[in-house]
Design a protein around this ligand. Sequence first.
Ligand code: ZN
Length: 137
Amino acid sequence: MSDCVFCRIVARQIPATVVHEDEHTLAFMDLGHVNPGHVLVTVKAHAENLYELSEVQARAVLPAAARVARAIRDAFQPAGLSVYQANGKAAGQTVFHYHVHLVPRHDGDGMALSWPVKNPPREKLEEYAAKIRAALA
Ligand SMILES: [Zn+2]
């Protein structure tokens, strides 16, 4: 038996409150609920993070997340919806099986994301972009 909690949920070895399922994804209520309607969308086959997603998984996740997000909007009419996905401990990932949080948002709900903007000069942005383009090549 896998010790990955999300693999065990996918295999129905431990219970979860599932809201949507297709060939490659499973969406279920987050036990660590931030606001009513908080759902996790995960891939069925184990992939630790975004870097490890197959092309097929990558193509499946966003349509599933968008579909569930529209259902959350219709069911809860939140003022907003945050989409959160972390890769690695430093990014805040705590379950190392790829998943996307869909979090309905309301004014004053207490959820916060620090966004420490550094505003580097354009030359720095060009330097960073060149590194990414080189890695893409
Ligand atoms: Zn897993």
